[in-house]
Design a binder for this molecule. Sequence first.
Ligand code: AMP
Length: 217
Amino acid sequence: MYVILLGPPGVGKGTQGVLLADAMGWQRVVTGDLLRAALDAGTPLGHQAQPFMNAGELVPDPLIVEMVKEKLTALSTGTNILFDGFPRTEAQASAFSMMLQALGFAIDHVVVLEASDEVLIERVAGRRFCPSCGAVYSTVLDPSQTEGVCDNDGSRLVHRTDDTAATVQNRLEVYRRETEPLIAYYEYGRPTVHRVQGEQGVEEVQSEVRQVLGLGV
Ligand code: AMP
């Protein structure tokens, strides 16, 4: 099964994606994580992407499409894959459809997580992540056991540099302008689009996501 997790920054795509993929043994393709890894590794892609990421703007479509193509080629395409943070524009969505078609696959479900801007801004301000294992915590919803320390490996948690109030506001505007229209785009296509209220607690959202995907609770 191929599933796209769609939603604004801070709505919980990362948290829900990890829970689902871990429980089901699915692979995750997370473009934000791939870009941050490229940035940390100092690759040409990382250098090209950095100014856009810092400003809360989208990285140009051709770079993203190429990066996802490479990732998909490296994965065994027969497995279940959860896409988080991709596609984010109509150009990415149509390139993605063609990419999958060439491989003989298609998107089965699009899960849209929704929340108000007010809640999103509060959540992003409280978001922390572990630079070693990538675990994401929320000081609001899902705090680590010891404040500022990763439960998995004891690393000091950090605040993403693009999680500042000004950048988040811009990322939300970019989401509403560029990515939200993809919901209508997919509603006319083959995948089934499911809307899930993301303002609920982590477990409630997870159980609704599994329900809409027909995976049981
Ligand atoms: P995220 O972790 O999904 O919030 O992504 C962090 C940043 O990476 C975004 O603000 C964009 O600058 C960039 N990014 C991630 N995924 C994409 C994408 N599919 N298209 C363009 N830019 C992206």
